[in-house]
Design a protein around this ligand. Sequence first.
Ligand SMILES: [Zn+2]
Length: 476
Amino acid sequence: MRPFLIPLPRDVRYTGGTSVLRDECPVTVSDAPELPDEAYTLRIENGEVKIAASSEAGAFYARMTLEQIRAVCGGRCDDLVISDAPVLPYRGFLIDSCRHFYGTDELKRLIDAAARFKLNKFHWHLTDDQGWRIEIERYPLLTQVGAYRSNSRFGGVDEGTPHAGFFTKEQIGEIVAYCAERCIEVIPEIDMPGHFTAAVAAYPFLGCTGETVEPQQEEGIFPNVLCVGNDKAVSFVKDVLDEICELFPGRYIHIGGDETPRAHWRSCEKCTAEMNRLGLSDHDALQGVFIRGIASYLQQKGKTAITWNESLRGNCLSPQDVIVQRWMDRKKLCRDFAQAGGRLIESDFYHYYFDYPCGMTPLHKAFAFDPFRAQTPFGVEGALWTEYVRTFDDLCEKLFPRLFAVAERGWSGFPSRSGRDFRAAVLALLPTLQRLQIPTLPPSRWDPGAVARLRETKVFFKGVLTPELLRQARGL
Ligand SMILES: [Zn+2]
């Protein structure tokens, strides 16, 4: 039986025989310095397995491929030689730990599953309006106050219970090490200057008004942004990033930059003075200069900042400053940035935001998305925000198998194979997810028909798209 694999390998050559892959069959790993990082060859012949790679990651991916072959073929496969390498260096998945918090055991299950499909970046959304989820020694109130909210009312559903939790430094280290063993780099996101309510709740001086607030209980875009005109508030951010850089050994730090309302900046003396001092004409530029300053601070520490596409609006960022993650419109700004040599990560809202139901983003739609349509991106990433995810099972069902579509694009490029062949491969690999205790929806619900799609999407958005939310979105 010939294997269905995800992601599709670059080249598979069958050599005529068949092999029995016993559990104890010998696996030889040899060094192949001519191969690029993450590339490998896997040879299965006469019951023997030979792997060649130039890096630990390449050898790891060869083993992941071997594991899939075993899982799909049940121990007997056609002899073959696979020569494989990824198209993109950045193949990510985002988990939002702020809106609904899940602990290290649950995260490890997700990481295990992602690694098997050769994803190599875990974008960990750790701070937001509804919760600050990472211990910072210098500012203990961030977690004592900011990691707790007394209720949750996302989508108009009153959960009626407090929600709390954060990761200690030890737990962060545990996840970083767990990922490293699976060739995954962890990219923490400390979202700023917007999505900052939980931090302002802990330290009111961080906001423009100095008012006392509480972490938010609903979804939305909130006015309590960082006061970027206040030196003390900017120093706070740098202090936090100092500790973040120590905790995360990878190259990239995500600094948010999305959905930042300007209302408080407009009426803030400090922010206005800062704009005048810099000679800036609008608040988009104020955000751009702030993001550029933070990115430069990180550069001095040997790190590269990633920011959401909204930060491009002020026309202050050059390709040397940041990597941009595109999620929603701003196509022209992103295209210009890429044409000037900037690196883009594609996380298109309509295709790679998996917190929305299959009715809105069916599996085939996620798979059909071409992140290479305008230019070759630096990376691709699937996102799982957790406003409407109230159980871990639901989180898994939303993320898988749609995340496979991202894994395939990042590794195999576009096009790779037909949607039908991809779906067959997904079905063949479902037992692998089950072994990892990752529940999925029944396959009949991955690609609902037009009527079912409409119904599912309507039911989902009922209560979510409130007039208040729409007003906020328009006001940005
Ligand atoms: Zn201010």
